[in-house]
Structures are given as C-alpha cells and as structure tokens.
Design a protein around this ligand. Structure first.
Ligand SMILES: [Zn+2]
Length: 362
C-alpha cells in the first residue's frame, strides 16, 4: 500500500513530510512550537583544479547536534517535555530538510567570494534531508518489519522524484550511516538524502567507464553486464530472490562490501515496480542480519543508493545499493590511511570470495 503523505512547515520554514502506513493519521495537525532562528545559508562549492572535483565548504555544520541524551533526541516524536524536529507525538516514517545542510536553496550571493582564477566558486545549491525510519529511538534498521522497509523505499522514491526536479540538482543520493565508528552523531535510526548540484566524483568515474563500455559493446549497460557476470559466476553471490541479487563485488574496496541490485535495468528508486519494492525488504534485512552476525555485535556500516544522474549520462545509470563496513575483525576497524586517503588507492585485507563465503555461512 502506498503510504499517506502529508507535508507541513517547521517554525523556521523548513519542509517536513510524514509518510504514514495508515490513512488520515492527523499528524499534520501538530504545529512546531519552537521559535527556531532562520536556517543557515547554503554552503559554497570550490573547484579543486588539481583533481577536477568540487569540494563543499559549509562552516555552519561544525555547530550541529552531537550525540544528545535520549530525552533530548531531535529525531524522536515531540512530547510534553521536549519539542523535537518532529512536531507530532508519533510517526511511521518522516522526512525533513536538514537543519545543518551541506546544500540548500538559501543562496546569499554576497557570500560567494572569488578565490583565484584557477578555483571557480559556486553556491552549494541543492537540498539535504533527514529520513527517520521509525519513532523507536532504540531500534535499528535491521529490526524493522518488511512492511516498514517498503514504506522507507516509497519515501525515498518520492523524495528522489521530487528532488530530481529541483533547479540545479544533478544527482540524488539516499544513504544511511550506522554506528559511531562511522561518525554517526545521532543514535536514532535515520538516513539522509543529498541532492547534489554536481555529479559526484565516484559517479563521474562510473559514467566514464560505462560510456567506454557502451561504445565497445554496441550500447550495452556496464552495470547490467557486471551483474549478469556475477550471477553466472555465483562464487560471490550471497543471496537472491525473484527481483534482486546480492553479491560481493569482485574488486571490493572494503573488508565487507555487498552490492544489492534489481534484476531489471532501472535508473532509480521511482522506477521500481510494486513487486520489486516488496521484494527488497526481505533480502536487505537478511543482508543486515548477516552483517551483524559476522562478529556477533552490531556492525557499523554505510548503506548507499547509487542512482542514475538527472542529466547527461542518465541512460548509463543502473540503480543499486552498496552496503559496506569498515570493521575487518572483531576488534579492528579499517581506517582510510595513507594509500586510500592521499592516493585514492584502496588496499583490501580480505579476499572478496572469502568475504562472500563468510557472509553466506551466517
Ligand atoms: Zn530518538
């Protein structure tokens, strides 16, 4: 069932949208009782001439909320004692504009100063949103029922469609960071959506490779061919159902990394059918259970939706989820040190086929 959608404005003008699993929840009737100051202006983007990459500079983000106590959680529903970001006393899934965004539409032209002729500067136009998966502060994504995962997918599809249509947005990226080891600043189960004004470096590299592949093969899709090869090889496949396959990439960068891809070539979440959305929850929850089972404790992870870009190169995209952890042993994390951080050259300590075997055995 498609969730019921109701949008409200917070006291500083930011938009908040409830996605409810039952019709007419009445959530939109609760006003934000806080007197919030105006949200900060957009960041600026500076172009690094040495790497041809855009870097977002957002000074205001240094003041954001850091690991608050649970009775002052900004992502819990509001109560008589504490007014949070969510005015209603309960919710299923809720999405709102980030109070401390890396990108927004609040441009202050005077603040965009020139640096040097070699470093173009442009406003960090775009939007950053927070997605709360449940009102239960102590839950985890992996403990949600499949029906709630479906609601989350519907909410992400809704946001992808809307954000893709905003002026200047080049790419929409939904993701979840889980665990303080990853740098999470709020324990409440939540994800984020970045609507970028530029194509990200990782996606730009994929588009170059995919364009070369299409040229070499008479128009074949690179990701579709990689997925077909993994399904054929089987050795790195962890799980599959009628609509999705999960596998460890042959050249995985991270100790434990899985791609989860739909069998049908679709550009983004809005293009998924009802059947594909329903089939996603069970296999993704199974993957999260396997991740947590690796070392018998909650696995820190990054869960990243790769979607087609909005403009040029859109036909080269292929929706897939990348799930990976920085934990390489029960008491060891992988840090991005010299080779990875300075050179962008990854060294993986775990052979992908061995990682796949371990994940299959759980
Ligand atoms: Zn909370």
């Amino acid at each position: 069932m498609t969730p019921t959608r109701s949008a409200v404005r917070l006291s500083d003008g930011r938009e908040l949208i409830y996605f409810d699993e039952s019709p007419d929840s009445g959530r939109a009737g609760f006003p934000d009782t806080r007197q919030l100051p105006p949200p900060p202006p957009a960041s600026q983007l500076r172009h690094d001439p040495l790497t041809d990459e855009w870097i977002a500079v957002a000074a205001h983000r240094n003041t954001r909320t850091f690991l608050p106590p649970s009775d002052a959680c900004p992502l819990c529903p509001s109560s008589d004692r504490f007014a949070s970001e969510i005015p209603a006393p309960d919710y299923d899934v809720v999405v709102f504009e980030n109070q401390f965004p890396s990108f927004s539409d609040r441009i202050v032209p005077d603040e965009i100063t020139q640096v040097t002729d070699l470093v173009p500067v442009r406003p960090g136009l775009g939007r950053c949103e927070v997605v709360c998966f449940t009102s239960d502060h102590d839950a985890a994504f992996g403990s949600l029922p499949p029906a709630r995962v479906r609601t989350v997918v519907d909410a992400l599809a809704d946001r992808t469609a809307e954000l893709s249509g905003l002026p200047g947005v080049a790419q929409v990226f939904p993701f979840e960071n889980r665990g303080v080891e990853i740098g999470v600043t709020l324990h409440h189960p939540h994800g984020q959506i970045y609507a970028y004004p530029t194509v990200t470096p990782k996606t730009a590299a994929y588009l170059r490779a995919a364009a070369r592949h299409a040229e070499r093969t008479g128009g074949r899709n690179l990701y579709a061919d990689v997925l077909a090869a993994e399904q054929e090889a089987k050795v790195r496949v962890i799980a599959a159902n009628e609509h999705w396959t999960a596998y460890v990439p042959a050249a995985a960068r991270w100790p434990f990394e899985v791609h989860l891809a739909p069998h049908r070539h679709v550009p983004d979440l809005p293009a998924l059918t009802d059947a594909e959305r329903d089939a996603f929850g069970p296999i993704y929850l199974d993957l999260l259970r396997r991740f947590d089972g690796l070392f018998g404790k909650p696995m820190p992870y990054i869960s990243a939706w790769h979607q087609a870009v909005v403009g040029e190169g859109r036909e080269l995209g292929y929706l897939h989820l990348q799930l990976f952890s920085i934990r390489r042993a029960a008491d060891k994390l992988k840090y991005l040190a010299g080779s990875e951080s300075a050179m962008g050259a990854f060294v993986n300590d775990i052979v992908p086929e061995a990682a796949a075997q371990r994940l299959r055995d759980i």
